[in-house]
Design a protein. Structure first.
Length: 202
């Protein structure tokens, strides 16, 4: 199937970004430096439709490539941040929350990795705003403490929150605290329910 013009522009842009983006290693002892590089290199946005991650400071990481696609929402997959020199798994290890829309449902999802850091107050405030969005009112949360990737069926925290049923970020925080203490009430299999496209790094 032939590529359309926008796909060609995206591939060309990613190639150029990769050529000018050396790999950035995560140093857990200096995570603030890593997060600053991540924010400066990729940029932030106030539009949730352009966002792909929630930084610990509560800002949305911009995956719209707005300097190239001015009229588009998010055009990059979560894994495309590798073109900027950042390993997607390292980004989660640094306390960044992955944000997206469920492929077959009308609500957002977040993935949280609890190996090194818990979500910050600012991140929980963002999750509250997402839950309180009158057009959706739901948020699917996946969390894990292990380092296994998506190909593994590791047991993870999985729960759909519903603001119309009284759920807030306080419920999420309490449930995650219990999960870290060994509570398996909401244990499930970490999966790729988003149907996210993964582009190979050449």
């Amino acid at each position: 199937m032939a590529m359309d013009e926008n796909e060609k522009r995206l591939i060309a842009a990613l190639k150029e970004i990769q050529e000018t983006s050396p790999k950035v290693a995560l140093n857990i002892n200096n995570v603030e430096d890593y997060l600053t590089k991540l924010e400066n290199k990729i940029g932030t946005t106030k539009k949730i439709d352009c966002a792909g991650f929630i930084l610990p400071n509560g800002k949305f990481l911009d995956l719209s490539l707005k300097n190239i696609f001015e009229d588009f929402d998010r055009v990059l997959s979560h894994n495309d941040i590798a073109y900027f020199g950042f390993n997607p798994e390292d980004v989660l290890d640094a306390g960044v929350i992955r944000l997206g829309e469920c492929a077959y449902e009308d609500f957002y999802f977040v993935e949280i990795k609890l190996s090194n850091f818990k979500p910050t107050k600012k991140q929980y405030e963002v999750l509250d705003k997402i839950l309180m969005d009158s057009s959706r009112n739901k948020l699917y949360v996946e969390a894990r403490m292990l380092n296994e990737g998506y190909s593994k069926a590791d047991v993870s925290f999985v729960k759909l929150y519903d603001f119309s049923q009284g759920d807030t970020s306080k419920n999420i925080q309490n449930d995650l605290n219990n999960y870290e203490k060994g509570d398996k009430t909401y244990a499930g299999n970490l999966n790729e329910r988003t149907g996210e496209e993964i582009r190979p790094i050449e």
